[in-house]
Write a new protein. Structure first.
Length: 208
C-alpha cells in the first residue's frame, strides 16, 4: 500500500495491546493514546525540512539544525483531542486547529459541525489526528477542507485503520501519507473497526 506506513516499533506494539484491552480504564487509556501518538509523530515527521545553524556551547560552537516548516495539528473532534498533547510536547510551537466532524449513524457519512480555520493557512504542513481510520469519511472530508484552505502538505496520523478507510483515503487523496500503529481486519455493520478497541472517544472521556 503506497503512502501507508505502519509502525514496526516494539513500543508501539506493546502500548497498542494495552490500549485495546477492555481492562484499560479512561485515565490509562488517555496516557497510552498520548504515548503512542508521540511515537507515531516521531516517524511521521522524519522528512521535515531543516536548515543548518551554528549553536554556541559552553566550550565553543557546534553545527546544528532548525526546522524550516511550521506545523499545524488538526485533531478531528472529539477523539482526536487526546492525540494533541503528545505532539505538543515535542513541537510546542505547532498551531492547533479544530475541525468538528461526526459520522451520521444511519448513513455513516461525515457531517461537519465546527470549523474555525483562519482565512489563510499560517502553516506549511498539517497533521490530521484521529485515532481510528474506519470508513475514512471524516479523514477524506478533513483533507478536502485543508486542501481548499491552501495547505501544501498533509499527513494523517492515527492509531488503528481499517482496509475500507485506507482504500477510501487513497482513492480520494493518494498524495496524503497515512501513518498508523496497526491495520485491523474489517468494519462491522455499524462502521466500527474489528477487532479495534471500541469507541476511542468514549474510552478516552469515560462516556461509554
Amino acid at each position: 500500500m503506497s503512502q501507508v506506513f505502519i509502525s514496526q516499533h516494539p513500543l508501539v506494539a506493546h502500548k497498542l495491546a494495552k490500549l485495546r484491552s477492555t481492562q484499560t480504564e479512561p485515565k490509562k487509556f488517555r496516557e497510552l493514546v498520548r504515548e503512542i501518538t508521540i511515537l507515531l509523530a516521531y516517524e511521521a515527521t522524519a522528512d521535515l525540512q531543516i536548515q543548518p545553524v551554528e549553536v554556541q556551547t559552553p566550550l565553543g560552537t557546534a553545527p546544528g539544525a532548525e526546522l524550516l516548516e511550521k506545523i499545524g495539528l488538526v485533531p478531528i473532534l472529539r477523539a482526536g483531542l487526546g492525540m494533541v498533547e503528545g505532539i505538543w510536547e515535542m513541537m510546542p510551537s505547532a498551531e492547533v486547529w479544530h475541525i468538528g466532524i461526526y459520522r451520521d449513524e444511519k448513513t455513516l457519512k461525515p457531517v461537519q459541525y465546527y470549523n474555525k480555520l483562519p482565512t489563510e493557512p499560517r502553516v506549511s504542513v498539517c497533521l490530521i489526528l484521529d485515532p481510528m481510520l474506519a470508513t475514512g469519511g471524516s479523514a477524506v472530508a478533513t483533507v478536502d477542507i485543508l486542501k481548499q484552505w491552501g495547505v501544501r502538505r498533509i499527513k494523517f496520523v492515527g492509531l488503528i485503520g481499517a482496509p475500507e478507510g485506507i482504500h477510501n483515503m487513497q482513492q480520494h487523496h493518494p498524495d496524503v501519507p497515512i501513518h498508523l500503529a496497526a491495520v485491523d481486519d474489517h468494519l462491522n455493520e455499524i462502521g466500527y473497526i474489528v477487532p479495534g478497541l471500541g469507541d476511542a472517544g468514549d474510552r478516552q472521556f469515560g462516556t461509554g
